[in-house]
Design a protein around this ligand. Structure first.
Ligand SMILES: NC(=O)c1ccc[n+]([C@@H]2O[C@H](COP(=O)([O-])OP(=O)(O)OC[C@H]3O[C@@H](n4cnc5c(N)ncnc54)[C@H](O)[C@@H]3O)[C@@H](O)[C@H]2O)c1
Length: 308
């Protein structure tokens, strides 16, 4: 299949691209490298350093004629969306509308969209299922769920197919350990450097940590399944930050103690997502255990430290 991946130089996108190439697909990537990295780009694909909001993007779609687009390119930092909601909306909403317009004009059959658990806001029940109220608590969550609505409406009007994947907390190799980053990336990087990570609150808050290679399998499953559907991509299990820290200590053989800090205002205490729909309709399930995913992740950060 000819597949174009937006954001394919980023953390999740680059793993999806690698799996697409490995499974025999013909792949093109569009990425403006705003947070993505050139070294993440698979050498066996056509790469376009472009912004999805630009005119050149239309020419790329016309040239590559993808049958499907996996759309990951986005401003993905919650704090940035709070500091600069205009930039967030411009990238995430206007960029997606430009993509939808272009894809419908050039006969793209399907869009697989990377959405997020942030669309739900504060859970009224756990696990969060796809029927849970959508009430995002930050501009990033708003921009992501707005695009879900556009996809639904475009399917009605223009007959372009789609599947929405709402990712839980994705972790794994290539995740940025700087800035906001993922907690796994930050902890692994600090522990390997012998620095004490900060834990906000008492550490008993839970999150649903899903390994990036499992997310890549979900992205590819959605190319052929789940038309017009919205699916959580998650493990279904809440893991406390303290447990995550302990698992990382065991893998690294470290004895560091964390530094407990005051809880951050607005942080949700517990969050984990049901994945039954994805199991049934996408024929997908997470294959990696937490320990298995963490071991591969730690190995990546260890090698990166040695290379520096
Ligand atoms: N990491 C997570 O835990 C998580 C959870 C839920 C949803 N998501 C979603 O998954 C997607 C990928 O996230 P990620 O963690 O890999 O982030 P990332 O920042 O590593 O990847 C985003 C990629 O998109 C590119 N990009 C951004 N704006 C662009 C634009 N206008 N034109 C072209 N390229 C652009 C960036 O350069 C980067 O390579 C995002 O849509 C994000 O909202 C991520």
């Amino acid at each position: 299949m000819r597949v174009l991946v937006t954001g394919g130089a980023g953390f999740i996108g680059s793993h999806i691209v690698d799996l697409l190439v490995e499974t025999g697909h013909q792949v093109a990537v569009v990425d403006n490298l705003s947070t993505g990295h050139f070294e993440n780009i698979n050498p066996r694909i056509n790469f376009y350093k472009q912004d999805i909001c630009d005119r050149a993007f239309t020419e790329t779609i016309a040239r590559e004629k993808p049958e499907a687009v996996i759309h990951l390119a986005a401003q993905a930092d919650v704090q940035c969306s709070i500091n600069n909601p205009l930039a967030d909306a411009s990238n995430n909403i206007l960029g997606a509308i430009n993509l939808l317009q272009t894809c419908t004009s050039y006969g793209v059959g399907k869009i697989v969209y990377a959405s997020t658990a942030a669309v739900y806001g504060n859970p009224s029940h756990l696990p969060l299922d796809e029927g849970h109220l959508v009430e995002p608590q930050n501009p990033y969550g708003i921009s992501k769920c707005t695009v879900e609505h556009y996809l639904r409406v475009y399917k009605e009007i223009s007959k372009i197919n789609y599947t929405v994947l709402r990712f839980a907390n994705v972790y794994g190799p290539r995740q940025d350990s700087a800035g906001e980053g993922g907690v796994v990336a930050i902890f692994a990087d600090k522990i390997l450097k012998g620095e004490r990570p900060h834990i906000f609150g008492n550490g008993e808050q839970t999150r649903d940590f899903v390994y990036v290679k499992d997310v890549a399998f979900a992205g590819i499953a959605a190319l052929h399944r789940g038309d017009g559907g919205v699916f959580n991509i998650s493990t279904g299990e809440g893991i406390s930050v303290n447990r995550l820290f302990r698992e990382l200590l065991e893998i690294t053989g470290s004895r560091l103690e964390p530094v407990y800090k005051l809880p951050r205002p607005g942080d949700i205490t517990h969050s984990y997502l049901a994945n039954k729909s994805a199991c049934t309709r996408l024929d997908w399930r997470p294959r990696y255990s937490l320990a298995g995913g963490l071991r591969e992740t730690v190995e990546f950060y260890r090698q990166r430290l040695v290379a520096r």
